[in-house]
Every structure is written in structure tokens, then in C-alpha cells.
Ligand binder design. Structure first.
Ligand SMILES: [Fe+2]
Length: 297
């Protein structure tokens, strides 16, 4: 991710696999939260880097304790909890990481004073740390990368976070934002997955057999076209190919591509049409190659 500074990147890459993946996903969520809250570039960059480095103290905890299967003994729990203080000391000693030292130390503090290591209470915990605590819990329960625990769905994670808020551990306001940005992301992924599966649907049932299913795909396609949520050239080609199969006109697809291309690096405004045409050409070619269909019209 662009906003990660090289020192933070280096440190998270040297962590064990589970912690490294957790750190990266926390940074991604932090980026969306910062954007949702309208943070300026400086605060956004701070939040992203802080979310990435918050568990750096885990490098000093033996991996067999860190990623142990099943419930932890009290002794081992005490050892793991020390990653906060270790992380703080590690960051303090480093000129670049120093500004994240408090986040490393306090991301397990809870508003009602039941957290660790210093049992801080609500007014003593800065907003950015409260945000990272909520992100940390969300990512930990939904993570696909924890060897010792199954991940839960977004819906179940929302319930877990809400019960944390009810117990006055996490703050309601920031927790709601964390839930919201993850919900938006999930919805987007589901829509795109659905539309990308049109190709498989076509192969299985032959195009047009079931008008209801076709209608549903058209509805999904319209949502994507409207919301401008296409990201990446390969997905543009794939989505365009599926829209062609669904008999969207080339003009409609080009308009959508033009509208969505400003975020693609290297494609300034005047180049949007060139981009859209290139993508469409490629999409038509892919269909012709895979199906032997004639799409010249
Ligand atoms: Fe932690």
C-alpha cells in the first residue's frame, strides 16, 4: 500500500505470517476509515502506518506461544500481552517508528479500564488508538489467516463488535465506522464476484434460458456501472466481456469505462476513450478466443 513508509513495511514483513497478514489488513481497513472520516493526508498516513505497526512487539514473543492451537493458559496469556510493552520500547528506540510507540503500547486498552498494559480509561485513550482497537478486533475475528481459530462472517463480526461496545470496551462512534467501511467493501466484492460469474453461468445453462437469472445479473451490472466501482485493467476487461455476453451495447460499456477510468494511473482525462476502446477490443477478443463467437457488429 502506498501510504506505508519503508521502515514500517520492513518491520511488518519480518513478522510471523499470521501477524504480518493481520497487520496488512488492519492497514487497509485504516486507510478506508481515514478516508471515510475525511482525514487529511498527514492524519491518514499516520493511521495507516500505526495500524500496520501496532503488533510489532509480537516479534519478541515465541511463535509457538503466539500461534498456539486452542485456549491459552494464564501464564502464556501474560507472556502474549507483553507484546504491547515490547512494541512500545522497540518503536521508541527507532527514529521513524517513535511516533507509533503509543499505539503499540495502548491498542489493547479498553474504555472501561479493563484493557492492558496500563488500564487506561476512555478519556485517556486518543481517538486514533480507539479506532485501531476497533479495527484490530474486527480483523482478528474475520481473518482467514489464523491457524488456531475459524474466521467469522462480517455479520457475526458486527455482533461481536457491538457486544464489545455494550460492555464499554470499544467506542460506539469509531466502531460504527469500522463496521460501515467493511460492509461497503464486502458488498462491492460480492457484486463484482457475481458479475464475474456470468461467464460460468453462461457455460452451464446457455445464455438466456432463465430470464429471472439474467435479470438479476443485469441488475448487478447496472449497479456496478452506476457506482463506478471497477478497479484494475484486468477486471475491466473481464467485466466488459461479461457485459458483452449479456448484450449490453458497446456504446454503454464504453461510456461506463470512460466514466470509471480516471482512477487508473496513466490515464488522464483525454485518454479515457482510448482506454475504453482498448479494453473493449481486448474483451471482444477474449470472448472470440474462448467461445468462437462472432462479435463484429
Ligand atoms: Fe495486539
Amino acid at each position: 500500500m502506498d501510504r506505508l513508509n519503508s521502515e514500517v513495511k520492513k518491520e511488518i514483513n519480518s513478522l510471523d505470517f499470521t501477524t504480518k497478514e493481520h497487520s496488512k489488513r488492519c492497514a487497509e481497513i485504516a486507510d478506508k476509515v481515514a478516508s471515510y472520516l475525511g482525514y487529511d493526508e498527514k492524519d491518514r498516513s499516520f493511521l495507516v502506518n500505526a495500524a500496520a505497526i501496532h503488533d510489532v512487539g509480537k516479534r519478541f514473543i515465541p511463535e509457538e506461544i503466539l500461534n498456539k492451537d486452542g485456549p491459552l493458559t494464564e501464564n502464556k496469556r501474560v507472556i502474549i500481552n507483553k507484546h504491547t510493552v515490547y512494541g512500545y520500547i522497540f518503536c521508541i528506540k527507532n527514529e521513524v517508528l517513535r511516533e507509533y510507540a503509543d499505539v503499540a503500547r495502548h491498542h489493547h486498552e479498553r474504555l472501561n479500564g479493563t484493557g492492558y498494559p496500563d488500564k487506561l480509561t476512555a478519556e485517556q485513550i486518543p481517538e486514533k488508538i480507539r479506532i485501531i482497537s476497533a479495527i484490530d478486533v474486527y480483523e482478528a475475528v474475520t481473518s482467514p489467516h489464523r491457524p488456531y481459530r475459524d474466521s467469522v462472517s462480517h455479520k457475526e463480526a458486527v455482533e461481536i463488535l457491538k457486544s464489545n461496545v455494550e460492555r464499554c470496551e470499544l467506542e460506539q462512534k469509531v466502531t460504527d465506522v469500522v463496521i460501515k467501511v467493511n460492509g461497503i467493501e464486502l458488498e462491492r466484492k460480492e457484486r463484482i464476484e457475481k458479475i464475474l460469474s456470468v461467464g460460468q453461468y453462461n457455460d452451464k445453462f446457455k445464455i438466456g434460458k432463465d430470464p429471472n437469472v439474467n435479470e438479476e445479473y443485469k441488475r448487478q451490472a447496472n449497479l456496478i456501472l452506476k457506482k463506478g466501482e471497477w478497479k484494475g485493467i484486468s477486471s475491466d476487461i473481464e467485466v466488459s466481456a461479461n457485459l458483452l455476453k449479456m448484450n449490453y451495447s458497446k456504446h454503454q460499456i464504453i461510456m461506463a469505462l470512460k466514466q470509471n477510468s480516471p482512477e487508473i494511473p496513466g490515464y488522464e482525462k483525454g485518454l479515457q476513450l482510448n482506454y475504453a476502446n482498448a479494453v473493449l477490443k481486448e474483451a471482444s477478443r477474449n470472448i472470440s478466443l474462448s467461445k468462437g463467437l462472432d462479435l463484429r457488429r
